[in-house]
Write a new protein. Structure first.
Length: 306
C-alpha cells in the first residue's frame, strides 16, 4: 500500500471516529444516567473532538478489518480507546503533571475551562470508554465484550498507561536517572500499552487464532515503541507550531528519553529497527497482503512530523 492510499484510510477512520464520538457525546442522557451537565459535556467534547491524528482508532478499525470485521463493533471500540487517550492528554497537561498550555494546536482543557472541570472531563471520558465497550451495541457476544473491557483496563491502568505515567513522573525527581531498560519499560507502559491494545482489540473482535493474536501483539509492541522513540525525536528536533504542543520540553524537564540515552542518531537507528520488527511480525499473522496497511502505519508512525 502506498502513502496516498494509507492517508486516505487514516482520514476515513478519523472522520468516522469524529462522527461517532460526536454522537456518543450528545446532550441526551442514556438509560441509567440521570442528566448530562452541560459544562462538563462541553469540556469532554472540547477534549475529544476536532483534533488529533486518530491513530489509535485507525489501528483498531484496520486490525479488525484484517478479519473482515467492520462497522459499529470496531468503531465503538475505536471511540472508547480514543476517549481514554484524550483523557490521558487532558490529565497529562494539568499543572500537577506536565503543566502545558497548548494541545492539538489549541489551549489545553484546563486553560479553556478550569482545572476542576479538566479533571472531571478526563474522569468522564475514562468512565464513558468502559460504558461504550460494555454496551451490547458494541457486540452481541457478552464474553467478547468482557474480553475487550479486560484488555482495555489492563492497558490503561496500574500496570499500563497510568503506571507508566507514575514511573515517568517519579523519574523526573529521582536522584539516579532511568537507564535504557527502565526507560523502555516506562515508555512501553505509558505510550505503548494503548497502541498495543488497539491491535489486540482487532484480534479480539476478529476472533483471531492464538498465533495471529500473538503476532499482532508483537506488531503492536514494536509499533508502540517506534511511536515513542519518534515522539522523543520530534520533541528534540520539532517545532512547536508543527507539533501543536510545546517542543523541547523533555530536555527542559530532564525527562528520560531515548534521545537523551542513545543520542539522536542512536534513537533514529532504533526507530528504523522497530519498524522492521513490526513488519516482520505482520508476516507471522499469515494474512498476507491484507496487512500492508499496518506495515504502512508503522512507517507513518516513525516518519510523522507531528
Ligand atoms: C495522565 C494517566 C495519564 C497518562 C498520561 C499518554 C500520556 C500518559 C501522556 C501524554 C504525554 C505525551 C506527549 C506522551 C507522548 C506520547 C503521546 C501519547 C503523544 C500524543 O499522542 P498522539 O501523537 O496525539 O497520537 P494526537 O493528538 O494525534 O492524538
Amino acid at each position: 500500500m502506498d502513502a496516498e492510499e494509507f492517508r486516505h484510510r487514516l482520514d476515513a477512520a478519523a472522520m468516522a471516529t469524529e462522527a461517532a464520538l460526536d454522537a456518543l457525546l450528545s446532550p441526551q442522557a442514556l438509560e441509567g444516567e440521570i442528566a448530562r451537565p452541560a459544562r462538563l459535556l462541553e469540556a469532554m467534547r472540547y477534549s475529544s473532538l476536532g483534533g488529533g491524528k486518530r491513530l489509535r482508532p485507525f489501528l483498531v478499525i484496520e486490525s479488525a478489518r484484517l478479519f473482515g470485521v467492520e462497522g459499529a463493533s470496531a468503531l465503538r471500540t475505536a471511540c472508547a480507546l480514543e476517549m481514554i487517550h484524550c483523557y490521558s492528554l487532558v490529565h497529562d497537561d494539568l499543572p500537577a503533571m506536565d503543566d502545558d498550555d497548548l494541545r492539538r494546536g489549541r489551549p489545553t482543557t484546563h486553560k479553556a475551562f478550569d482545572e476542576a472541570t479538566a479533571i472531571l472531563a478526563g474522569d468522564g471520558l475514562l468512565t464513558y470508554a468502559f460504558d461504550v465497550v460494555a454496551d451490547p451495541a458494541t457486540h452481541g457476544d457478552a464474553s467478547l465484550r468482557a474480553a475487550l473491557v479486560l484488555a482495555l483496563a489492563r492497558a490503561a491502568g496500574l500496570g499500563g498507561m497510568v503506571g507508566g505515567q507514575a514511573l515517568d513522573l517519579a523519574a523526573e525527581t529521582a536522584a539516579v536517572p532511568l537507564g535504557v531498560d527502565e526507560t523502555l519499560q516506562m515508555q512501553a507502559m505509558k505510550t505503548g500499552a494503548l497502541l498495543r491494545f488497539a491491535v489486540d482489540a482487532g484480534a479480539i473482535l476478529g476472533c483471531a487464532t492464538p498465533e495471529q493474536a500473538a503476532a499482532l501483539t508483537r506488531y503492536g509492541k514494536a509499533l508502540g515503541a517506534a511511536f515513542q522513540v519518534a515522539d522523543d525525536i520530534l520533541d528534540a528536533e520539532g517545532d512547536t507550531a508543527a507539533l501543536g504542543k510545546r517542543a523541547g520540553k523533555d530536555a527542559e524537564r530532564g525527562k528520560a528519553t531515548l534521545v537523551g540515552l542513545l543520542g539522536l542518531d542512536g534513537a533514529k537507528a532504533r526507530c528504523d529497527a522497530l519498524v522492521k520488527e513490526a513488519t516482520t511480525a505482520l508476516a507471522d499473522t499469515g494474512l498476507g497482503d491484507r496487512t500492508s496497511v499496518l506495515a504502512q502505519a508503522a512507517r507513518f508512525v516513525a516518519n510523522r512530523r507531528h
